[in-house]
Write a protein that binds this ligand. Sequence first.
Ligand SMILES: [Ca+2]
Ligand SMILES: [Ca+2]
Length: 378
Amino acid sequence: MKNKTYWIFALLTIFIVSIAYGFTKLITPKDKLETIDCAETPKISGESDFKPTIVNKTPAPSAVPKGMAWIPGGEFSMGSNVEDESLCSIKGVTKDAAAIHRVYVDGYFMDKTEVTNEEYAKFVKATGYVTVAEQKPTKEEFPIANEEDLITGSVIFTPTPTAVNLNNFLQWWSYVGGTDWKHPEGPQSTIKGREKYPVVQIAYEDAAAYAKWAGKRLPTEAEWEFAARGGKTGNLYTWGNTLKPNGKFQANIYQGHFPIKDGDTGEDGFKGIAPTAQFAPNQYGLYDMAGNVWEWVNDWYSTSYYDELAQEGKVIKNPQGPSAYNDPNDPSQIKRVHRGGSFLCTDQYCTRYMVGTRGKGEVRSAANHLGFRCVKSI
Ligand SMILES: [Ca+2]
Ligand SMILES: [Ca+2]
């Protein structure tokens, strides 16, 4: 099986491990998933450790940059005490979002939406920037790969022909040559007509390069969560504690049988990715802080980081993340944090559109459900 697909798959898309849902261990298989009666609300571990959010009184500066919202900053309880990975009680890795700990962030501006294809195209036109997916993998990076197997490309969600056990995500992720931000779903795909869609197939350095060019930066994980919570305390979602208030979805996530072909019913209005800002914004005027595409933040990923901060027993001011990445289940992959979940998050499998939960990704990996947004200090 030593063909191109095999090698690239084996050598490059091992990064998938850290892309989509940040799984570092396989999930217990669930047979006949469609018959499982999933809960309406998740199990919560113990008493709530959330204490009231105290929003700074600082008024918005007179000049708010175009397309950005003023986030006043303040003190809040960060993290999640949701027990399971999904509403179907699949045990997962949400434990990395515990313990809930107290954090203070200064005020900042934040992009109201995920960065769009149109915006990213302006950056590329101005700078000639070449994304990671467009760079040919090198022999130095993958010394045991055959030269002909080192092709440009990236990872795409590939629905399965039939139902599968959700114990191996390699079943629905594929490395496809010629995939990049301009061809987000493979070489034949295009972003024409998708100007207002979030840019995807973006690795961490691709996001950071854009931010720098735009005079902005990537948010810290704490800034991202403070903004997503919209000044509220301890809510499950950016909009409240009910997934579907009045029966209406509030974010672009996934309904239906995951991950089979045509399994996404699009009950929320969208099968797959959506243009930005199709659902109501949160209290700070931010769109899609839950769902649509995952968003890079600047922090290194460490499974134990929240526990370590909680043990300090004080308010952590403007945390910048751990000093190094640390994932004991997958130590060879260098990862930073993803936030917000995506159009592929489903109550059957991954509910990380819940506001306090976390994702993670290998820093040079991208996928068709991963983008970013920026912040700017005052
Ligand atoms: Ca959807
Ligand atoms: Ca998002």
